[in-house]
Design a protein around this ligand. Structure first.
Ligand code: WT7
Length: 649
């Protein structure tokens, strides 16, 4: 393993540090008294009734935070800003894919949410009922989420790219009474049906009854839709006609807020359950400090989809609790062309931009002349989430998008953790390209071996498993309907210590800073040496000829696993032959260690990715090992395999 990257660090400028929301004393305060620290963060919210106890961990692993406290999540995200005199501040600059746009103030958002809450009540929905939301990135999706939270309805957002059967599975698991959708969604200039998928989902399984009483449909693209009288209702004929006056009621801090499904090791997705007070506290706290968000000044943009947890915590709850003005964009980054994101940043003066490494690498592939053609001088903080960001992409991101000065916050967290756990603080941390650095103030994490011993600091083999050894406010409270799976998945591995097992490998560098290496099943074992797929990928994309790389460990009779790499070359690279492949192998051996030298490198035109942008290594492993392909249903484009197989032969 190379240590060279660890010496490369980027402190904030003195000016940034001086003006930042967070300074180093935050760590000190959290260390001194954790409960008092979290109580202080919770106090930034409006509580209808105060809590009597900060944390009750007696029923571990199910935590209760802010015991007996009562609040209304939506009141905190909307009403109180209007009451405080900020009704005219824009909450959402919505940018539609075809180029239409809407600016929605906090006052307008309150009116919309109130109408929706009144109509949901008219439908007979009561606190505790579940509502499925299957929508593209339209403002009504955010309104629907907030109306659910306002009424204590538990929302289950299902990514609008999921199939009808995936939707049905989630609707059934949670027994949703209402499904909210749109007629269709814009896909690169063309309307694609969406309500049709709901119809298919609900008529699936023959005559098997389902829990859904109504389907509420927003008209977005104007296509014809089939209609089930008595069940289906138009948003513009119902919600839009309802009263815009609605009084928010308080709910218990532990009232269920949402369920969000995420894939596990089995075929059945896990319904991750989050509750209200602790979740909102940590969402607001992290958004404020990690992004250094200044209400009324910053223009914030998180490019995630509301179908993923990043959209929940960093488009809806965190930013709105903090009175952000934010951009919400409906479409893809290359429609109508690759300039779209930079045009949006220019148009709205975006100052905080939060995206995924896979997109950064895509931008690199398209070439820096595209962002260079725009004025991005408003950008002052950059965020990364979803996978380890390779140092090459990190540097490009900072130099090209952040003018060589914007701090990058590499934020590690999971659907299960609810909000950010490990990340730099932009005004405090001297960041290192590729490192998530340290747990946030109030959060505790360790890197341990199989037995739970902390890995030794400063040694080359300081790799281990990432565990969370203290409860945190936004932690999952369970898996919907499956307490056994909740315990076995996260709490069994280190049951003796009572730690949460994150499923990620991590390493501590010689300074004690933390580098997340990726899922443990993505960590290869070659001749008894643990090598991260992410590290090999990073080494490959560190070569100027490589735009993107995916690495898997394929079974090998001699070494246990052998490293197989799939690479996409940059547009400029003309040599696609053996010489280049040999050069790349040598580069990896050089950058990491001869034991990390790939067994095979295949030049391919595409990589298989999920709709959230994650490379599906499991499928690549199947290709590498010549197996039958497993489930490809969550892929953006299943045909990429033809191309990959062609590249492999
Ligand atoms: C997994 C969680 C967090 C919201 C989006 C994904 C990986 C996430 C990082 C990061 C390295 C990261 C981990 C984690 N991951 N952020 N900054 N550095 N890895 O949520 O789908 O629940 O996935 O994403 O492997 O366990 P998710």
């Amino acid at each position: 393993m190379t240590d060279t990257d660890h010496r490369d660090s980027y402190p904030p400028s003195p000016a940034f540090a001086a003006a930042a929301n967070a300074d180093a004393s935050l760590y000190q305060r959290a260390e001194t008294d954790r409960d008092a620290f979290w109580a202080e963060q919770a106090a930034a919210l409006h509580w209808h009734e105060p809590w009597t106890r900060v944390l009750d961990w007696s029923a571990a692993p199910v935590a209760r935070w802010f015991v007996d406290g009562k609040l209304n999540v939506t009141y905190n995200c909307v009403d109180r800003h209007v009451l405080d005199g900020h009704g005219d501040q824009v909450a959402i600059h919505w940018e539609g894919e075809p180029g239409d746009s809407r600016a929605i103030t906090y006052r307008e958002l309150l009116a919309e949410v109130s109408r929706a809450a009144n109509y949901f009540t008219e439908l007979g929905l009561v606190a505790g009922d579940r509502v499925a939301i299957y929508m593209p990135m339209v403002p009504e999706a955010i309104v629907a989420i907030l109306a659910c939270a306002r009424l204590g309805l538990t929302h289950s957002v299902v990514f609008a790219g999921f199939s009808p059967s995936a939707l049905r599975q989630r609707v059934d698991d949670a027994s949703a009474r209402l499904v909210i959708t749109t007629d269709g969604q814009w896909r690169r200039g063309k309307p694609a049906p969406l309500k049709e998928a709901v119809d298919e989902a609900l008529s699936a399984n023959g005559s098997t009854p389902h829990s859904v009483e109504h389907v509420l449909v927003v008209r977005r693209v104007g296509i014809e839709v089939a209609w089930t009288e008595g069940r289906d209702v138009w948003w513009h004929e119902t919600v839009a006609e309802a009263s815009d006056q609605h009084e928010a009621q308080p709910f218990d801090a532990e009232h269920p807020l949402f369920i969000l499904y995420t894939s596990g090791t089995t075929g059945k997705p896990k319904g991750i359950l989050h509750t209200s007070g602790g979740y909102l506290t940590q969402a607001a706290y992290t958004h404020h400090n990690v992004f250094d968000h200044q209400a009324g000044q910053d223009v914030y943009w998180c490019t995630a989809d509301i179908g993923w947890v990043t959209g929940h915590s960093y488009i809806v709850y965190g930013p709105l609790a903090n009175r952000a003005t934010q951009v919400v964009y409906e479409g893809t980054p290359n429609y109508p062309d690759e300039h779209r994101h930079w045009q949006i940043i220019e148009k709205y003066g975006v100052s905080i931009y939060y995206t995924a490494p896979t997109l950064v690498r895509t931008f690199m592939k398209w070439g820096r002349e595209i962002p260079d053609a725009h004025d991005l001088s408003s950008v002052r903080v950059l965020g990364s989430v979803g996978e380890p960001i390779n140092p090459e992409a990190w540097r490009w991101y900072r130099d090209v998008i952040g003018a060589g000065t914007a701090p990058i916050v590499d934020t590690w967290w999971q659907t299960e953790t609810g909000t950010i756990m490990i990340s730099p603080l932009p005004g405090v941390t001297a960041t290192k390209p590729g490192a998530a650095m340290t747990p946030l103030p109030g959060i505790s994490a360790k890197v341990v071996d199989e037995e739970g011993n902390p890995v030794r600091l400063g040694e080359t083999e300081a790799n281990g498993y990432l565990v969370l050894d203290q409860p945190w406010p936004s932690m999952l409270r369970g898996i919907w309907g499956d307490p056994d799976r909740f315990r076995s998945t996260y709490w069994e591995r280190y049951a003796e210590q009572g730690w949460y097992f994150a499923g990620d490998g991590a390493k501590l560098d010689t300074d004690g800073d933390l580098w997340v290496l990726g899922r443990v099943d993505d960590v290869m074992n070659v001749s008894g040496h643990r090598i991260s797929t992410a590290e090999v990928e990073s080494a490959l994309v560190g070569h100027s000829g490589v735009a993107e790389a995916a690495v898997v460990g394929a079974s090998d009779a001699t070494t246990g696993q052998g490293i197989v790499a799939f690479v996409i070359l940059t547009a400029e690279t003309t040599d696609t032959g053996n010489a280049l492949v040999e050069e790349l192998k040598a580069e990896v051996a050089r950058a990491i260690s001869p034991i990390a030298r790939p067994r095979e490198i295949h030049v391919v035109p595409e990589l298989p990715k999920t709709r959230s942008g994650k490379i599906m290594r499991r499928l690549l492993r199947d290709v590498a090992e010549g197996n039958e392909l497993g489930d490809t249903s969550t892929l953006v484009d299943p045909t990429v395999f033809e191309a990959i197989k062609a590249g492999k032969s």
